[in-house]
Design a protein around this ligand. Structure first.
Ligand code: GAL
Length: 430
């Protein structure tokens, strides 16, 4: 397995965090910026699933910045709606197979990039580009490892999202006299109190199965701990390990606290239940923080609070969105200009405060982030970093698809034995 996230090893230390650069004057070799664009003056097609509420604000800010810097290059924002790339990934696969790649596309660091597009020989290595940009010490080694295979670097991380966060409605907690739970048992007590009071304890919108898979992976992380959670994905821990079975039992219990109409909601619709106070909590990656702030106008630590998924305090489920250079694009120099802005301090600080994520670079201007972002940055530097299954980092696409299908069936049948057997049978895809 390529996954090499190691315990508390993130190198984003403060020693390199205050050199006060900005994108226009910073990147190791800044001559290109100074001389204006070196691009081919063509079109850059940016392929992602960031469209609509809670998703697109960061991307639009980044595109805006790019257009200011490179008025000669046209941007084609080719986003395909659907959380976690549910639809976009299928469109991308068809295009890549037909040798019609977008200029650059959103891809998660880890297996999705390395076991997917790199293994299929569809990506250009970017080692020289990183050197030219002066980036080798600007990204934590853990992230560089996530976008590398066999010593070559294949994409540029724009952010780091955290997947093991529970967001909660502060007023609902207060009105019902409940406190932030610090263990699984307390979480269940809180959920019982809320349910008895007629409040939906946990919002879920699993119209797309990944949202439920995300809950399961966090329970797995809590049961197994960071190291064995990682070992699950390299085959060292079997899916019928008693701790995996215990995680499935807990998953079943937790599903007893969700809104009845979960199957007809997407993640935004579910998060809205928390915003409106109809539900108390939601486990969602911190793109939900972008949604709460930008779309619902809710204030961090006033309207909503947050805590690590029960039993995962000290762990950080890493989801990094990255962009690379596919083989065979017509104007690679233009694409590199876009990647250069996306990987710059200025680009990352334009994108991430809106997206809810933290910058992938080690030298962010922390004043641009609210308390949530600042807490997340600190946690990233002090936590066990673990790869997300639901977001493609932990395992290859074939396994993720089967796991999502298994979760989808489990959510309605709640049959632990069948669920475990299905996961076990899917393990040959790892
Ligand atoms: C994740 C992605 C995030 C966010 C989320 C919801 O896979 O990494 O940036 O877009 O899906 O769609």
């Amino acid at each position: 397995m390529v996954m090499a996230l190691v315990i508390a090893a993130c190198s984003s230390d403060s020693s390199s965090s205050d050199d006060g650069e900005d994108a226009s004057a910073s990147e190791g070799n800044d001559s290109e910026e100074a001389a204006g664009s070196d691009g081919d003056g063509g079109t850059v097609e940016i392929f992602s699933w960031w469209t609509g509420a809670g998703e697109e604000d960061g991307l639009l800010a980044l595109i805006d910045l790019f257009e200011q810097k490179h008025p000669d290059i046209t941007v084609d924002n080719a986003a395909v709606a659907g959380g976690a790339g549910t639809n976009a990934k299928a469109v991308l696969a068809t295009r890549m197979q037909g040798d019609d790649p977008p200029s650059t596309f959103q891809v998660h660091g880890g297996a999705e990039l390395n076991e997917g597009w790199v293994a299929a020989d569809k990506m250009e290595p970017l080692n020289d580009f990183y050197e030219e940009q002066g980036w080798m010490d600007k990204f934590p080694q853990d992230l560089i490892d996530l976008v590398s295979k066999d010593g070559n670097i294949y994409s540029v991380p724009v952010n780091v999202h955290r997947g093991n966060v529970v967001f909660y409605n502060k007023q609902v907690f207060e009105e019902n006299g409940v406190e932030v739970p610090t263990s699984y048992d307390e979480f269940i007590e809180v959920a019982d109190t809320l349910q008895d009071a007629g409040v939906t304890p946990l919002a879920l919108g699993d119209k797309e199965a990944w949202t439920a898979t995300q809950i399961f992976e966090n329970i797995l992380l809590g049961e197994l701990g960071a190291e064995d959670y990682r070992n699950l994905w390299n085959g060292d821990i079997a899916f019928d390990d008693e701790r995996v079975v215990a995680a499935a039992e807990k998953f079943k219990t937790v599903l007893g606290y969700v809104n009845e109409d979960h199957a007809s909601r997407n993640w935004q619709d579910a998060a809205q239940l928390v915003g409106d106070g109809e539900a108390a909590m939601i486990n969602m990656g911190d793109w939900a923080k972008g949604y709460f702030s930008n779309d619902l106008n809710l204030e961090t630590n006033v309207d909503f609070g947050y805590f690590a998924y029960p039993e995962t305090d000290g762990d950080f489920m890493v989801i990094t969105d990255t962009f690379g250079l596919p083989k065979g694009v017509e104007n690679p120099e233009d694409v590199k200009e876009f990647l250069s802005v996306l990987g710059s301090q200025e680009g990352q600080d334009a994108f991430n405060p809106l997206k809810g994520s933290i910058p992938a670079r080690v030298d962010a201007d922390t004043s641009k982030y609210d308390e949530y972002g600042q807490d997340a940055m600190e946690d990233f530097n002090n936590s066990n970093l673990t790869p997300s299954l639901a977001h493609g980092s932990a395992a290859a696409e074939g396994f993720v698809t089967k796991a999502n299908q298994a979760v989808n069936i489990f959510v309605t049948q709640l049959d632990v034995e069948n669920f475990i057997n299905t996961l076990k049978n899917a393990a040959n895809e790892l």
